[in-house]
Write a protein that binds this ligand. Structure first.
Ligand SMILES: Cc1ncc(COP(=O)(O)O)c(C=O)c1O
Length: 322
């Protein structure tokens, strides 16, 4: 990744595993799982790859603290806190929602990692940017030099982690994969994967399964991150038709469980011993299951489910699995 500094935080390469029992249960194509839930860094997930570039940038700028924002069960916030601890920075988190009565899942891990947590209620994007800037000011006033990381770590710098990830994957799969299915929310993971696949022989088509936004909004977001990442790395940005997004699996909203998500979580667990989460990967698997059942893929295709982690959040949804 020409010119972009990087620190080692993740356990790489992550395994690429066959999922024959899942494939058989679905009567579907060959399915492989890219195990980015195994990146390490306080239990793993996709943010470890983004943080390798984000934290290197923070260190290069002489920052002594990182400030970021996310949902109460944000995997990104938990992993940012862990990355800070590994590198000796102070983690400050802006979590959207009221302080809950008990600490579960990622929130419990945030507390164990000693992150400084501020709870806020946000109404829109402008509000988020304003609150994040205000927290950065307070951190500065406390004597730190803060590095501000956007929601999900999804800017041009963070997405570099997934450009590298696609290159890693292409050398593992040797071009034998037709489709990649991945959860998509703030867009950095999908933007990096699409950018990393550009112009590579045998590159798969990347399908983002939206965890929150409509197709139009998410395509626009992925495009914006991809353009920023391409600019930083001297790459050609993708064309809009290269951004495939499926938004039928969000259900009533972000982080709201659906029957299809619950079914997909149980299916993956009981066929492959694979744990998914209710917010991102469960919905992505619900998408994969539905696409297979609808005959979207050809029987001879090889499809990769790119597991982006998130398993700690399962704990906060225990009533669905009691
Ligand atoms: C477990 C998990 N999967 C997928 C995503 C989506 O990745 P991105 O925000 O880069 O679109 C996230 C974060 O938002 C996540 O925590």
């Amino acid at each position: 990744m020409a010119g972009l500094p990087r620190v080692n935080l993740a356990h790489l390469p992550t395994p690429l595993e066959e999922a024959p029992r899942l494939s058989k249960a679905l009567g579907g194509p060959r399915i492989l799982v890219k195990r980015d839930d195994q990146t390490g860094l306080a239990t793993g997930g996709n943010k470890a790859r983004k943080l390798e570039y984000l934290m290197a940038d923070a260190l290069a700028q002489g920052c002594t603290a990182a400030v970021t924002v996310g949902d109460l069960q944000s995997n990104h916030c938990r992993m940012t806190a862990a990355a800070c601890r590994r590198l000796g920075l102070e983690p400050y988190l802006l979590l959207t929602g009221p302080r809950p009565p008990s600490l579960d899942g990622n929130l419990l891990l945030d507390a164990v990692l000693g992150a400084v947590i501020h709870y806020v209620t946000l109404t829109d994007q402008a509000d988020e940017e304003h609150e994040l800037a205000a927290l950065a000011d307070r951190v500065r006033a406390a004597g730190h030099r803060p590095y501000v990381i956007p929601m999900g770590g999804s800017g041009g710098v963070g997405a570099a982690g997934y450009v590298t990830a696609m290159r890693e994957f292409l050398s593992q799969s040797a071009g034998g994969v037709d489709h990649v299915v991945v959860a998509s929310a703030s867009g950095g993971t999908q933007a990096g994967l699409v950018l990393g696949a550009r112009g590579q022989p045998g590159a798969p088509r990347v399908h983002g399964i939206s965890a929150s936004r409509s197709r139009e909004v998410l395509v626009d977001r992925v495009m914006r991150v991809a353009v920023a990442a391409a600019g930083l790395q001297g790459l050609e940005p993708p064309a809009p038709e290269e951004i495939a997004v499926h938004d039928e699996y969000v259900g009533p909203g972000y982080a709201v469980m659906t029957d299809a998500c619950r079914e997909a979580i149980l299916l993956a667990a009981r066929t492959e011993g694979l744990l998914l989460d209710p917010v991102y990967t469960g919905k992505a698997m619900a998408g994969l299951v539905d696409l297979i059942r609808r005959g979207y893929f050809r029987p001879g295709d090889t499809v990769v489910f790119w597991h982006t982690g998130g398993v700690p959040a399962l704990q906060a949804y225990r009533e669905w699995f009691a």
